[in-house]
Structures are given as structure tokens and as C-alpha cells.
Design a binder for this molecule. Sequence first.
Ligand SMILES: [Zn+2]
Length: 79
Amino acid sequence: MTDPLAEFRAASKRGGQPCGVTVVRGALSPAQRKALDAALTDRSISAPAIVKVVGDWGHPLKRYAVENHRRGDCACRRV
Ligand SMILES: [Zn+2]
């Protein structure tokens, strides 16, 4: 019996790209990581502001990665 969803399940597991936020997080100092985590959960901090600060720290980050991560629509959710 073939599972009509098998191909989709396999694609979900592969998950494409890892979450950019998590990749950058791993490269930050503990203090920067703490600041980033606080910024991510603070809705008064905009995604472009996070991209700018993390970029100034020397870590390129995409705005959509921040937005997807905040929505929980990223690879972090699938692991
Ligand atoms: Zn994420």
C-alpha cells in the first residue's frame, strides 16, 4: 500500500535550510545570545532592528529568518 503523503513527509523531515536564527545564535557570545533571545521575544523590537544589530555583530541574518522564527515557522520547530 502506498502512502500518498510519503513524499510530503519526507520533504518535511529534510526540512530544507536550517533556521538562520539558530545558526547565528550558535556563533554569538553568551551575552549576545541572551540579548538576541530577549529581542526575539520582545514585540517592540522589529525584525529589521534585530537584523541590523546582529549584522553589526558580524553575523549576516535574513529578515525572513527572524520573522519565520518568531512565528515558529522555521526548522527549530521541526527538530
Ligand atoms: Zn528558528
